[in-house]
Design a protein around this ligand. Structure first.
Ligand code: ATP
Ligand code: MG
Length: 440
């Protein structure tokens, strides 16, 4: 992609309204623009990141046996009256009336909608278990939208819903999602800590929030430091096997949010205790028969008896993650994208646009990177080197290939790793393999 043809409206000034790094950087890097309080447009660079996050979420959900669907953003109030939540939800729910005078709402979540689908289309115990998910925009009229996409009113969420015959089977579904969440965040280069959360009306321990560590997080976490050494990638995991030992290994290590932490009773203290701030990027919980009972969702057992569905729901803040990743990965110069979610794999900085030699080396670099299956943003603007360097650092692509008149004569370029600033002087032939190697 040639930058002269791209839409990348970067800002030099720090926008006054932005209080935290990710919000500032998303605005400065031209990723998003505010459309209204807590409502954002995603510009090309930001949209690429969002899509890459979505892809990882899709892949890990499907690996874990969940099936992608797409439910609407607009829902009928009558459906929510069945569960009792139309009145219970409060002012966070955006209520709308259509031209026929029917009450509708912009979905803040989808338990009712998915329960209706299961109620209508699943009749037999043989149809269970099932896990369906979608990645869809939600609207919650948050009282205090802030921090850019981190607490928006309109935001993109992955929400999955599992349906099982009984508690034991529902626990297996829960464990599967638990592991899938660990893998999902690990693939994004994040360190996620599962915190025991309030489970609402059902009780029990099947409710966890996943929090990633970042200095500006809203949640203060107190956790056993050994959680940092756990294998979050869950390598070699077998979703058909028993995941209880894996989940146990994670949940047996202490982790609590501020409001639940009691230094008197906590099993770890001193240097074994990690105290850090975190951002909630996901929440999973088992809610039993709450919705199936209210809405009459059941299946027939072999003996003809009807059995209510046991449900769980599993959310990931997809748009919040774009901000959360930046909170976890940036420096004074800008964003430092983990390879897996970077909007482009590499950037090319041509220090002397218009110079035939530099132009041809830069074009060759672009071609080679493409041929290797990499996505690249080529800064071919007629700008000062300083401007190009600072924009490239700001948007945080993992690699920069710097083409200047000195090296160009001998087909040499500088390869810079954004994360540590390390620079290598090498031939163009060696630069591409070097980038590819780092990704395997
Ligand atoms: P919070 O405590 O942050 O308000 P929640 O408990 O309301 O979150 P859930 O209903 O469990 O959140 O939603 C699942 C995920 O969606 C959350 O873990 C979070 O990552 C994301 N999320 C929730 N509210 C917002 C929001 N207003 N803006 C962006 N992402 C959000
Ligand atoms: Mg909330």
């Amino acid at each position: 992609m040639r930058l002269t043809r791209y839409f990348l409206p970067t800002l030099k000034e720090t926008p006054a309204e932005a209080q935290i790094a990710s919000h500032r950087l998303m605005l400065r890097a031209g990723m998003v623009r505010q459309a209204g309080a807590g409502i954002y447009s995603w510009l090309p660079l930001g949209f690429r990141v969002l899509k890459r996050i979505e892809t990882i979420v899709h892949e890990e959900m499907q690996r874990a046996g969940a099936h992608a669907v797409l439910m609407p953003t607009m829902q009928l109030a009558d459906l929510w009256r069945e569960s009792g939540r139309y009145d219970a939800y409060g002012p966070e729910m955006l209520r709308i009336r259509d031209r026929h005078g029917r009450d509708m709402l912009y979905g803040p979540t989808n338990e009712e909608q998915i329960t209706q689908i299961m109620r209508d289309d699943i009749q037999s115990y043989r149809d269970l278990p099932r896990n369906l998910y979608h990645i869809q925009w939600k609207f919650r009229d948050e009282i205090r939208p802030r921090f850019g996409v981190m607490r928006g009113r309109e935001f993109l969420m992955k929400d999955a819903y599992s349906f099982d015959l009984d508690f034991e089977s529902a626990r297996r579904s829960y464990n599967t999602m638990f592991v899938a969440y660990l893998r999902t965040y690990a693939r994004m280069g994040l360190r996620a800590i599962p915190l025991q959360a309030d489970s609402g009306p059902i009780g029990g321990d099947l409710s966890h929030e996943f929090v990633i560590l970042a200095a500006t997080g809203e949640t203060r976490v107190h956790a056993d430091r050994r959680l940092l050494d756990m294998d979050a990638a869950c390598s070699g995991i077998d979703y058909d096997g028993d995941l209880e030992p894996v989940v146990r290994a994670w949940t047996s290590l202490y982790a609590a949010s501020d409001d639940k932490h009691d230094p008197e009773t906590a099993p770890v203290s001193g240097s074994d205790l990690l105290v850090a701030r975190g951002i909630e990027v996901g929440h999973i919980f088992y809610f039993g028969t709450k919705y199936s009972e209210a809405m009459g969702a059941s299946v027939a057992m072999p003996d003809g008896e009807r059995r209510l569905l046991h449900g769980g729901s599993y959310g990931i803040g997809v748009s919040r993650l774009a901000g959360a990743i930046i909170e976890a990965c940036h420096d004074d110069a800008g964003i430092i994208w983990p390879d897996s979610v970077a909007p482009f794999d590499a950037g090319i900085v041509n220090l002397k646009t218009g110079d035939p030699l530099c132009d041809s080396i830069a074009a060759a670099a672009e071609e080679r990177l493409h041929a290797a299956g990499l996505e690249v943003l080529h800064d071919d603007r007629d700008e000062r080197a300083g401007v190009k360097f600072s924009d490239m650092d700001l948007i945080g692509l993992p690699w920069q290939i710097i083409v200047g008149p000195r090296g160009a004569a001998s087909s040499r370029v500088e390869l810079k790793r954004r994360a540590d600033g390390q620079r290598l002087d090498l031939s163009l032939d060696d630069a591409v393999p070097c980038i590819l190697d780092s990704r395997t």
